[in-house]
Design a protein around this ligand. Structure first.
Ligand code: PGA
Length: 221
């Protein structure tokens, strides 16, 4: 059985009390969170990471944490930036190259390559987002999420067949071991993607904000 990555991207959502009740809700909606063949990764905003990390440790949950961004610089005089060493204290993964960051913050190849380098140097695993099979992928990436912008937050997924086609091309072109699909996935559609031969998981935005729906996604994946 292939290993599946199920990643929640909370984007700019939730306060500390909201995040805590989400976790309480998740654990009461799922019989047992099996680790094993499913790697569950929650990517909350930076301010939520310390509390969530404590909650996960205290409750011995088989859940990993990721950040949604990383500084392209080392520690030092870079106001407002959160560097890899700081993130590594709390998380093991980091999302890089999301289309919202490309669009809203003009992040492009050069800075994204630096971010991937910083992630790897800090012991974080980058989850690198591509918009189509033409998006360049920097060296040192092992997990890629294919997220067509037309599918993000629209309620309209790509077809599982097309997502699998892109995954095959990317696997062939680059030495990438895991390709995930993202864009409007929910509990009803997740299985149609994870059953495709070249898709190794999902990156979930909107549907991950609801703990009950996210529990369904874990169960159906
Ligand atoms: P969505 O977002 O699931 O809300 O479409 C996915 C993402 O942007 O990672």
């Amino acid at each position: 059985m292939k290993k599946l990555f199920i990643i929640a991207n909370w984007k700019s959502n939730k306060t500390i009390p909201e995040a805590t009740s989400w976790f309480q809700n998740l654990t009461s909606n799922i019989d047992h969170l099996s680790s094993g063949d499913k790697e569950i990764i929650i990517c909350p905003g930076f301010t939520l990471l310390p509390n969530i990390k404590s909650y996960i440790v205290d409750n011995k949950l088989p859940i990993s944490l990721g950040a949604q961004n990383i500084s392209p610089f080392d520690e030092g005089e870079h106001t407002g930036e959160v560097n890899g060493k700081q993130i590594k204290e709390l998380a093991d993964y980091v999302i890089i190259g999301h289309s919202e960051r490309r669009r809203e913050f003009r992040e492009a190849e050069e800075v994204l390559t630096k971010k991937v380098e910083m992630a790897n140097k800090s012991g974080l695993t980058p989850v690198f987002c591509i918009q189509d099979e033409q998006t360049p992928i920097p060296q040192g990436v092992t997990i890629v999420a294919f997220e067509p912008p037309s599918a993000i937050g629209t309620g309209y997924t790509d077809s599982p067949k097309d997502a699998n086609r892109v995954a095959n091309i990317v696997k062939e072109k680059y030495n990438i071991s895991h390709i995930l699909y993202g864009g409007s996935v929910d509990g009803g559609s997740v299985g149609s993607f994870t059953q495709m031969s070249s898709i190794d998981g999902v990156l979930i935005g909107g549907a991950s904000l609801d703990a009950q729906e996210f529990a369904k996604i874990i169960n159906q994946a």
